[in-house]
Design a protein around this ligand. Structure first.
Ligand code: ADP
Ligand code: MG
Length: 336
């Protein structure tokens, strides 16, 4: 009898954490990176009831909806998938105006606006040279190719017709890429999915882009910024609630040749990897904008990048320079 009681107790406790768990998590690979969703589902009060079983199903449903949304955006906007809408634009838009979905039209319009505002530090046409880099295969364009491609890095060569919802490239070699903004956009859409399911405390991340819904129930979320030169270390932990944060680093996709680090953030003026800083994090309300801004500041470097972010209300930055020193924008200094 005593043995039976002990077994019952053990199995009860073994079962307890999964049924009574209120925080739900799901991780998956998408867009060439790791994505993660975490959220709180209020509980029915009972330890084990049909209601709790329903909640678990609900948690699965929410996790799946988030994963599906990320996969959908990847399918439509990946430059690596020949059947994506973006690839179609890159094949056809120099020949004549191409009618596109309102979703792609809106995101390209936003990327173009950020290109304008940053005077081309962010430039969605960087892809004219960007696609010639392959970091896994350690391939980079030679000087001659870069020189020829630079003429096609020009966001003003994109013609967007709002009425027709079409896009046209004035230069035959223009290509566009939304890699500097699409993950933030995906995070934004996924936060909206959580809201639709009445979630009040949640986190969605895709690589270095994180969006937060509310706090972590009475305490802030802690988001770590990776140490740029030690993969398993965190440079700084930030307590945040109801904000988005995006980190751009030169350590995600890169190779080193003759002491030069070739990585995936390209200075559109030179066609080469931006070298001034090693990590930029931008914090603010709009997940799409913080994504584009972290890439922008990375290209602008410490001085111009900080001046730019300090001119934008509601957006702050943490920059790690090549000596691995941390720099904070004005708003963060005042809070310290
Ligand atoms: P990650 O993709 O690792 O999250 P970022 O948010 O910094 O990093 O975005 C880097 C991506 O942005 C590159 O992989 C590329 O697709 C795109 N990109 C690179 N340079 C530029 C640029 N100057 N302007 C706009 N997009 C860029
Ligand atoms: Mg970015």
């Amino acid at each position: 009898m005593r043995v039976l009681v002990r077994i019952l107790v053990i199995s009860f406790y073994a079962y307890l954490p999964s049924v009574a768990a209120k925080w739900h998590q799901h991780s998956f690979q998408v867009m060439g990176t790791q994505a993660h969703v975490e959220f709180w589902l209020p509980d029915s009060g009972a330890i084990h009831s049909a209601e709790d079983e329903k909640k678990l199903t609900q948690a699965d449903r929410i996790s799946r909806a988030v994963e599906n949304e990320m996969r959908r955006i990847d399918r439509e906007m990946s430059p690596y998938k020949p059947e994506s809408e973006l690839s179609k634009v890159n094949r056809l838009a120099a020949k004549g105006p191409v009618k596109i979905s309102s979703e792609l039209f809106a995101l390209v319009t936003k990327a173009e606006k950020i290109s304008q505002q940053s005077h081309g530090a962010f430039d969605l046409t960087y892809a004219s040279v960007g696609y010639r880099y392959d970091y896994r295969l350690r391939q980079k364009p030679d000087q001659q190719t870069i020189k020829q491609s630079l003429a096609a890095i020009d966001y003003t060569g994109i013609v967007l017709d709002k009425n027709e919802r079409s896009i046209f490239f004035k230069h035959p070699k223009i290509k566009i890429d939304l890699g500097g903004i699409a993950k933030g956009y995906a995070v934004k859409n996924c936060l909206n999915i959580l809201r639709k399911f009445d979630i009040e405390h949640g986190l969605v991340s895709a690589g270095g882009d994180t969006g937060l819904l509310g706090d972590r129930k009475g305490r802030p979320w802690f988001v770590g910024i990776k140490h740029p030169r030690a993969n398993d270390k965190t440079a700084v932990h930030l307590p945040l609630s109801d904000e988005a944060i995006s980190t751009s680093g030169d350590y995600e996709r890169y190779f080193i040749e003759n002491d030069v680090r070739y990585h995936h953030i390209i200075n559109p003026k030179t066609g080469k990897s931006a070298q001034q800083v090693v990590s930029v994090s931008v914090i603010g309300k709009d997940p799409t904008l913080v994504d584009a801004l972290s890439t922008t500041l990375f290209v602008l470097g410490l001085h111009d990048g900080m001046a730019y972010i300090d001119s934008l209300a509601g957006y702050e930055a943490i920059i790690i320079d090549s000596q691995q020193k941390l720099h904070f924008s004005l708003g963060l200094q005042q809070n310290n």
